[in-house]
Design a binder for this molecule. Structure first.
Ligand SMILES: [Zn+2]
Length: 307
C-alpha cells in the first residue's frame, strides 16, 4: 500500500469511534496540473479534494460522489467528484481581481507571497453541498451546509453535527509547494463517535471519556507528521492510538480520472436546441473544453448538425 493517495479506515478496541485518515499527493498534483490557477485557488481546490475523499469514504455508495461549493467570493465554484472506484477529478472558478483584493486589502498591508489564507477567506458566503448518484432508479442523496466557519474543517464538521447529528472531529491539512520541484499535498483526519449501546459491557461515561481522549490524540497530530513521506498510515495512527489497541480495517487507493469523452460531449451538443447549437458555432466548428481535465474537443459541422 502506498503512503499517499490512500484512505485508511480504523478504530480502537474500546468502541468509542470510527476513524478515517486520507493523505493525497500525486492525485492532487495531477488535478492541479490540469489547470492554470493562481495558488490561492489551487489551495482551495486541494483542500476540497481532501475533504471529498474523507466525506466519500464515510458514505457507502456505488456510483458517484460530488462535492460542490458555490459562493459569492473570490473562488466562486469548486466541484470535485469521487467514484466508488476511487477516481477523483475537480475544478474551480475564480475571479483574479477579487483574489488580488484579498491578498492586498489596502496599501499598508499585503500578505506575504508564500502565504495562503484559510479557504473561507477566498470562498466568502455560500453553500457546500454534496450528492451521491448511484445511477438510474435510485434516489439522489444530498446534503447541504452553509459556509460558516474560520476553516474548511470547521464548515465540514458543522455538517456532521447538524445534519447527521454525529459528534465529529474533522481536520484538514494542506501543504503548498515550497519551491518549483515541490508538490501540493493535502490530508484529512476524521473521527466519529459511535453511539453507546445502553450500558451493556462498557458504560456510556467510559465511552465518552474514551471519545474525548481520542480527540485529544487526534489534535496532537502535527502537519509535519502527516506529510512525512517516510511514515505509513499505520505508523501515524500507531503514534496516536497504540495504547488503545488500534485496529486498521481497510485501505483504499485513489487515482486521477476524468470520465469525459468525445462521444459524451458530442451527444450533449446534439441534445441542445438548434438555436443554441448555432450560437456555439465558430466558423462551422464547435470547441468544448472539459472543465475537469482541460481536454479540448473540436467538432465539425458535419458531426454536430442533426439535419
Ligand atoms: Zn475531462
Amino acid at each position: 500500500m502506498k503512503n499517499f493517495d490512500t484512505c485508511t479506515a480504523f478504530h480502537t478496541n474500546n468502541g468509542a469511534f470510527l476513524g478515517r485518515l486520507v493523505r493525497l499527493d500525486d492525485v492532487i498534483n495531477t488535478i492541479i496540473g490540469k489547470h492554470q490557477y493562481p495558488k490561492d485557488a489551487s489551495a482551495v481546490l486541494a483542500e476540497s479534494i481532501a475533504l471529498s475523499a474523507l466525506f466519500s469514504s464515510y458514505l457507502k455508495y456505488e456510483g458517484l460522489f460530488t462535492l460542490q461549493i458555490q459562493t459569492d467570493g473570490a473562488v466562486s465554484l469548486v466541484v470535485v467528484d469521487v467514484t466508488s472506484e476511487g477516481l477523483i477529478r475537480g475544478y474551480a472558478r475564480y475571479d483574479e481581481n477579487k483574489i488580488e483584493k484579498i491578498r492586498n486589502p489596502n496599501e499598508k498591508y499585503r500578505i506575504q507571497d508564500d502565504e495562503i489564507l484559510e479557504a473561507p477567506h477566498y470562498l466568502g458566503g455560500g453553500q457546500l453541498a454534496f450528492t451521491i448518484d448511484q445511477g438510474p432508479d435510485t434516489e439522489l442523496y444530498q446534503g447541504i451546509v452553509e459556509l460558516k466557519g474560520n476553516t474548511l474543517s470547521e464548515v465540514a464538521s458543522k455538517y456532521f453535527e447538524q445534519s447527521e447529528q454525529i459528534e465529529t472531529f474533522l481536520q484538514l491539512y494542506l501543504q503548498a509547494p515550497q519551491n518549483e520541484d515541490d508538490n501540493w499535498k493535502a490530508a484529512g483526519l476524521m473521527l466519529q463517535k459511535l453511539p453507546s449501546h445502553g450500558g451493556k459491557e462498557v458504560k456510556s461515561e467510559e465511552l465518552d471519556k474514551a471519545w474525548e481522549e481520542a480527540v485529544v490524540f487526534a489534535q496532537s497530530l502535527k502537519k509535519e507528521e502527516i506529510f512525512d513521506n517516510s511514515l505509513s498510515a499505520k505508523d501515524l495512527l500507531n503514534r496516536l492510538y497504540h495504547a488503545s489497541d488500534l485496529v486498521i480495517t481497510k485501505s483504499k487507493e485513489y487515482n486521477f480520472g476524468c470520465r469525459c469523452s468525445r462521444d459524451k460531449v458530442l451527444s450533449t451538443i446534439r441534445s441542445f436546441p438548434p438555436e443554441e447549437v448555432e450560437a456555439l458555432q465558430e466558423q462551422n466548428k464547435i470547441t468544448v473544453d472539459c472543465n475537469f481535465c482541460s481536454e479540448k474537443y473540436v467538432f465539425d459541422k458535419g458531426e454536430f448538425s442533426t439535419h
